[in-house]
Design a protein around this ligand. Structure first.
Ligand code: PEP
Length: 257
């Protein structure tokens, strides 16, 4: 089975729920104009938590050809965890995806590989596909240890994940030095690490699980560089930050396929 490409827009802490409704409507119309076919490429928006109910009502109510998810999830199910949102709550809102381990969470909130794994498993237990973000910083890249570094992150992320669950996981390779910097990895750089990620999944599970897992590249993806990145055999889509906040730009990225 060929993997369905996936283009996900990580809005980060941008667009309130009123702005989100206008944005999603315009994105859906733009994609419709461009004859977007969701069977050829899944287009996902990842708004802030506060937007999710409005986005759900709009996308589900109007049967828009878009999918939505969240940017983070708690490692706990319920209880005295002020400010946290559980996987069950996200599932109830119809979220299909959630990013875990984004480098901004790892950096600002000191999230480590063990916590990222717990969050991924909480998502999987409710039927939400985690988009597990991995990637090296500039120092690691310069030391030449980037593949080993990312491979270790991927090993940790899949700990105690069953083979059935594993095939639904999405891994996003996001070199930290490329996020929000305008400095995109070369297609060859992206392919080298994405192939290594798929190799880890094959080693942990099987070739068929590795064939099913989608591996995305993220880091300064835009309409004018998406083709090169996506030309690589182990890159199945992109996690897009800044460019996902501009309707025409994101639609152009999403319509690459
Ligand atoms: C991201 O935040 O996941 C990201 C890839 O951001 P940008 O596209 O802005 O580099």
């Amino acid at each position: 089975m060929p993997r369905t490409p996936l283009m996900a827009g990580n809005w980060k802490m941008n667009l309130n729920h009123v702005e989100a409704v206008g944005f999603v409507q315009k994105l859906a119309w733009t994609l419709e104009d461009k004859k977007h076919d969701p069977a050829r490429c899944e287009v996902v928006v990842l708004p802030p938590f506060t937007d999710l109910r409005s986005v759900q009502t709009l996308i589900d109510g109007d049967r828009l050809k878009l999918v939505y998810g969240a940017q983070d999830v708690s490692a706990n199910d319920a209880g005295a965890y002020t400010g946290e949102i559980s996987a069950g709550m996200l599932a109830k809102l119809g979220c299909r995806y959630v990013t875990v381990g984004h480098s901004e969470r790892r950096f600002y909130h000191h999230e480590d590989d063990a916590l990222v794994n717990l969050k991924a498993r909480k998502a999987l237990a409710t039927g939400i596909a985690p988009i597990v973000c991995v990637g090296e910083g500039r120092d690691v890249r310069q030391s030449g240890e980037h593949v080993a570094y990312v491979v270790a992150q991927v090993h940790a992320a899949f700990a105690d994940v069953t083979a059935e669950q594993a095939s639904t996981v999405v891994v996003a390779y996001e070199p930290v030095w490329a996020i929000g910097t305008g400095e995109v990895a070369t297609p060859e750089n992206a392919q080298e690490v994405c192939a290594a990620i798929r190799g880890v999944v094959a080693e942990l599970y099987s070739d068929s699980v590795a064939d099913a897992v989608r591996v995305l590249y993220g880091g300064s993806v835009k309409a004018d560089n998406v083709a090169g990145i996506m030309s690589q055999p182990d890159v199945d889509g992109a996690l897009v930050g800044g460019a996902s906040l501009k309707v025409d730009e994101f639609a152009a990225v999403a319509r690459f396929y």
